[in-house]
Design a protein around this ligand. Structure first.
Ligand SMILES: Cc1cc2nc3c(=O)[nH]c(=O)nc-3n(C[C@H](O)[C@H](O)[C@H](O)COP(=O)(O)OP(=O)(O)OC[C@H]3O[C@@H](n4cnc5c(N)ncnc54)[C@H](O)[C@@H]3O)c2cc1C
Length: 379
């Protein structure tokens, strides 16, 4: 077994790290404070190709494999977890969905625009009364001539206010429950679609999260993505990809908190010496390293399995569960190492602590990952 990354993996990872260190990390506190990531940041990311990381070159993408993508995403999360999640939803949920399930016409219509950053993508599965139980969603799409007419509300939509297309999971066969769900592409500004106010969140404050409602919103039937009534399977298969991405986000946040904790523990003196001289602090750093290393290996394993067309759904859940729990643990310890200063906004660990929290919630909660993993064990 060779655990080394290839030269290509490292090249893209290092380029992403350079961008994150120059453009994301120095501004992350501002993005958090202002609750916004300026459009120019996304534009710069798009110009460097990061909007079409796994999209084939013929559609204007970088055509990277999943492992290389994941290495870059970890770096973006280390710089600014809010910007990273916008990119992650766009790349691993929306671009991937169109690539895997789109018709040739849909690919030609949307992938070049997505890959160039002309438009951003959003993924609309969650509803006010349907979260973990995603199969119980209530948004409907009734047939009317050549159109679908959508009615319902989606909540917690990442990129909700800045996307150009929305992948909306909706009932096309109401009586069939989760076996009657389809995925429909809705373009921004379609009549009958309304975008709610930006949610005020605990962390990832720069990322744009909103409610999206549909009131007799008509879209052509040609906007159906994948097979009719097979949308729930599409949603779940995409989430397996997304979970590897959230795992890498957790590793990036944890790595950032760990680096701050090392630095601070060498600078801060108590009892006439740096606090890293105390074994209680040094052992925390050792435990952080072990958890981050293990998380990264699990995330890379899941990405490698995907790249090699091997089953990876359970491994994606294992990686997401462990990496996100570890990130929360690491950030908590990083705050502890900073003492009272860790509780003050001036120190980045305060933000990492808040940003890490949601990684155990979205794209499937930790409890949902345990359902996936235990079912695989017991089947
Ligand atoms: C910042 C942010 C961004 C998001 N972005 C998106 C997005 O872009 N698109 C999208 O569709 N969604 C998005 N979400 C929604 C997210 O995926 C859901 O919040 C998540 O799936 C949990 O659903 P819920 O909030 O309804 O919680 P619930 O499902 O109500 O869960 C509440 C609690 O009950 C537990 N629970 C539920 N069922 C079970 C069970 N069977 N066994 C054990 N425990 C259970 C859960 O684990 C959790 O602890 C986002 C959420 C946030 C906060």
């Amino acid at each position: 077994m060779d655990f080394r990354l290839s030269e290509d993996n490292e090249l893209i990872r290092d380029a992403a790290r350079e961008f994150a260190e120059k453009r994301l990390f120095p501004n992350a506190e501002k993005f958090d404070e202002e609750g916004d990531i300026p459009h120019e940041i996304y534009q710069e990311l798009a110009e460097l190709g990061y909007f079409g990381m796994m999209v084939p070159e013929k559609y204007g993408g970088m055509e990277l494999d999943n492992l290389t993508y994941i290495c870059a995403m970890e770096e973006f999360a280390r710089g600014c977890a809010g910007a990273m999640i916008s990119l992650s939803v766009h790349n691993s949920l929306v671009c991937e969905a169109i690539l895997q399930y789109g018709t040739d016409e849909q690919k030609e219509k949307y992938l070049p625009k997505l890959a160039s950053g002309e438009i951003m993508g959003a993924y609309c599965l969650t509803e006010p009364n349907s979260g973990t139980d995603a199969g119980s969603l209530k948004t409907t799409a009734a047939e009317s001539g050549d159109n679908f007419v959508l009615n319902g509300t989606k909540t917690f939509v990442t990129n909700g206010g800045i996307a150009g297309i929305y992948l909306v999971f909706t009932l096309t066969s109401k009586e069939a429950g989760s076996k009657g769900i389809s995925c429909i592409i809705v373009e921004k500004d379609t009549k009958g679609m309304s975008i709610g106010a930006k949610e005020k969140k605990m962390g990832l404050k720069g990322s744009d999260t909103r409610e999206i409602s549909f009131d007799d919103c008509e879209v052509p039937q040609s906007n159906l993505l994948g097979e009719r009534d097979k949308g729930f399977k599409i949603a779940l298969s995409l989430l397996a990809n997304g979970r590897i991405g959230v795992g890498s986000q957790a590793v990036g946040i944890a790595q950032a908190a760990y680096e701050e904790a090392i630095k601070y523990s060498k600078e801060r003196e108590q009892f006439g010496q740096p606090i890293c001289n105390f074994q209680a602090i040094a052992f925390k750093l050792a435990d952080m390293k072990v958890r981050i290393d293990a998380s990264r290996l699990l995330v890379h394993r899941a990405a490698w399995l995907k790249d090699n067309d091997m089953p990876h759904s359970t491994e994606a859940s294992v990686a997401k569960l462990y990496a996100t729990q570890s990130a929360n643990w690491v950030c908590n310890e990083a705050v502890q190492i900073h003492g009272g200063y860790g509780y003050i906004k001036e120190y980045a660990v305060e933000r990492y602590f808040r940003d890490a929290r949601v990684t155990e919630i979205y794209e499937g909660t930790s409890e949902a990952q345990k359902i996936v993993i235990s079912r695989a064990i017991l089947k």
